[in-house]
Design a protein around this ligand. Structure first.
Ligand SMILES: [Zn+2]
Length: 223
């Protein structure tokens, strides 16, 4: 993005539309184009460029780039979530097919992302079925409605995959889980205390065995 001329674009936009507003102290990054990702992150850099040492400027630029990466990541996550909730979890006649592409390997971008994406769009434009399969609706994913799950924590049998998934997130199950964890930590604390006592006991025992009661000076007086 930066290499593709982002900086030049930002400077140009800043000069044309933003500089004056900043000068008049009426800049507002909450509205319109000014709130778009990749602009407000460079505010400090843009308003100080040429008015501060080169190193400071470079630092502010780096800061902007890092902030840009962060908000872009956050936005991508939000978009994915939106697509999942809006399309994949809500089957219906108005829901278009959603295609998933493997984007994690940047070195394979053209092969894994660009080419298949263009193919899908092309097929769509020409009214053909794309060769790739759309992402499955979450409701299409086969679930076993009769599977038995034994929850040893709650001592209950749960029937059905969906019910089981819901159970593991339920308040009562989590309550039991918490109780079990607490019990475990108490037990291990008690255990370590018992171990210490046992070791001390053994130690005393060995000492007694090593001494001859008759030659021990303390023994006759005690007895
Ligand atoms: Zn449970």
């Amino acid at each position: 993005m930066v290499a593709a001329g982002l900086l030049e674009e930002l400077r140009d936009f800043h000069r044309r539309y933003n500089q004056e507003k900043v000068a008049e102290n009426c800049q507002d990054y909450q509205h319109g184009i000014f709130q778009s990702i990749g602009f407000k992150e460079f505010h400090e850099y843009l308003i100080t460029e040429g008015k501060c040492p080169q190193e400071t400027s470079a630092l502010l630029l780096e800061k902007g780039i890092q902030a840009l990466k962060l908000v872009t990541k956050r936005y991508a996550r939000k978009q994915n979530k939106w697509v999942r909730n809006r399309f994949l979890r809500r089957p219906g006649p108005n829901v278009p097919p959603v295609y998933g592409l493997e984007v994690s390997d940047l070195s394979q971008w053209d092969e894994n992302v660009l080419k298949p994406a263009l193919q899908i769009v092309e097929s769509f434009i020409q009214g053909r079925q794309p060769s790739a399969d759309p992402v499955k609706m979450e409701s299409e994913i086969k679930e076993d409605k009769r599977s038995h799950h034994m929850c040893e924590l709650c001592n209950r049998v749960i029937i059905g995959d969906r019910e089981w998934a819901a159970h593991t997130k339920s308040k009562s199950h989590l309550h039991h889980l918490k109780k079990r964890r607490k019990l475990h930590s108490t037990l291990s604390a008690v255990e370590s205390r018992v171990n210490v006592t046992e070791t001390q006991g053994d130690h005393e025992g060995t000492e007694n065995l090593g001494q001859d009661p008759q030659t021990s000076p303390a023994q006759p007086e005690n007895g």
